[in-house]
Design a protein around this ligand. Structure first.
Ligand code: PLP
Length: 415
């Protein structure tokens, strides 16, 4: 658990705030984030890489709340986006479009127009037809579009198949073998300005080797491009550093940074990083209340007021999230699954846990700061949770709980 969350006087706190107080004031389920945890995670990158002054482009899709984007913008972060909507969020939060990189395999014309009109740092191009489309639009606008190619280095990040992205069989990036040809083509295009090279091999990676392998593949290519007269400004090694959901040990940040810096050697390129999960993942929890304790014939259930629509990672990836009672109580532990009210057997948040629980208790689902609220839905006509940001002893409501009226606002009864 991130040290910003701790047990104080018998109750779980976020920084100096008692989670019971948050439940009373904002009800449940509610996402609770720690400002201190987010900034210290960001500083860990900044400090470990300080010798080479990288640009750290936070991956907006991990958690795109405006307050979190504004906080990271104030720390000097750039942003990695995957849609026009995410660009508008960065701008709404006061982020600098000149520090935005645009990833994603399916960029639409209007999204490319939008990004060009705001002068983003570069497009991370994922296919040859995309290169042609960006060139055409840039020429129409009498601009040169800055680009990198996202290279698929074909390395195995040894993570869940749904979150590995750098294998030949994945839809992401251009093939390593084809990259030199594409760079030559791009360098000759009047609407394109080649800026750099990028890869992003997957997420929740705990070891160093996949990153080092990917970096080696990129540098090999970069050196060949340089020899061919195509010079780059930056090398972007993507995101993907894992967090410890269930006691996994991680390559320490200093070792990770030292290895990449050593590989870069004396080459003059600026380094870019695209971390998402490792900035916000352990900086948030989902606060929920037990509605019922149901004892079954073969299984017991703690039925809580949060569900798969609020946090889909367990059922989508089989992900493990720690569960802690907000006020630990004495008594006999119950072997149970923690499930929500949604009408799906896949609606579970934690399985086979041993918890001392009673109706009305508050539980904290840990490490729910990344790919949690951004993946929430309204399935079963459930309003999405409130979000709060704790800063010392103060609590800021950074997203109101949705109301039923919000859910039906865009619907029309025909006729
Ligand atoms: C999702 C994504 C990231 C962030 O990945 P994390 O595992 O959250 O660090 C970075 N870059 C790209 C291109 C992505 O799609």
């Amino acid at each position: 658990m991130n040290p910003a969350f701790s047990l104080r006087n018998g109750a779980l706190h976020a920084e100096a705030v008692d989670l019971r107080m948050i439940a009373e004031r904002f009800s449940t389920p509610t996402y609770v984030y720690s400002r201190q945890a987010i900034t210290s995670n960001f500083h860990a990158y900044r400090d470990a890489f300080s010798r080479i002054q990288p640009l750290i482009c936070y991956a907006v899709k991990a958690n795109s709340n405006l307050a979190i984007l504004a906080l990271l913008a104030s720390e000097g972060a750039g942003f990695d986006i995957v849609s026009g909507g995410e660009l508008l969020r960065v701008i709404a939060a006061g982020g600098d479009p000149g520090r935005v990189i645009f990833s994603g395999v399916g960029k639409r014309e209007e999204e490319i127009e939008l990004a060009l009109s705001h002068g983003i740092l570069c497009f991370n191009v994922e296919s040859e037809p995309e290169l042609d489309r960006i060139n055409t639009i840039a020429l129409r606008r009498r601009q040169r579009a800055p680009i990198t190619f996202r290279i698929n280095p074909d390395v195995d990040p040894k993570t869940h198949p749904y979150i590995s992205t750098g294998l030949k069989s994945n839809k992401f990036g251009v093939a390593w073998h084809d990259a030199e040809r594409l760079y030559r083509r791009a360098a000759a295009m009047p609407g394109i300005q080649v800026r750099g090279i990028e890869c992003h091999i997957g997420s929740q990676i705990t070891e160093l080797a996949p990153f080092a392998d990917a970096m080696a593949r990129l540098l090999d290519l970069v050196d060949r491009l340089e020899a061919a007269g195509i010079s780059l400004e930056h090398i972007d090694v993507g995101g993907g550093r894992g967090i410890s959901y269930n006691g996994e040990s991680l390559v320490p940040m200093s070792e990770f940074a030292d290895a990449l810096i050593a590989q870069l050697g004396s080459r003059p390129y600026r380094l870019l990083l695209e971390p998402g999960r490792s900035i916000v993942g352990d900086a948030g929890l989902l606060l929920t209340r037990v509605e019922y304790v149901k004892r079954g014939e073969t299984k017991n259930f703690a039925i809580v007021d949060a569900a798969m629509n609020d946090l889909i990672r367990p059922t989508l990836y089989g992900a493990h999230h720690g569960v802690l009672p907000v006020v630990p109580r004495e008594g006999e532990a119950l072997d149970c699954d923690v499930v929500g009210p949604v009408c799906e057997s896949g609606d579970w948040l934690a399985r086979e846990r041993s918890l001392v629980v009673a109706e009305g208790d508050l539980l904290a689902i840990l490490d729910a700061g990344a790919y949690a609220m951004t993946m929430a839905s309204n399935y079963n006509t459930r309003t999405r949770p409130a979000e709060v940001l704790v800063d010392g002893d103060s609590v800021h409501l950074i997203r109101e709980r949705e109301r039923f009226e919000d859910l039906i606002a865009h619907e029309r009864v025909a006729g």
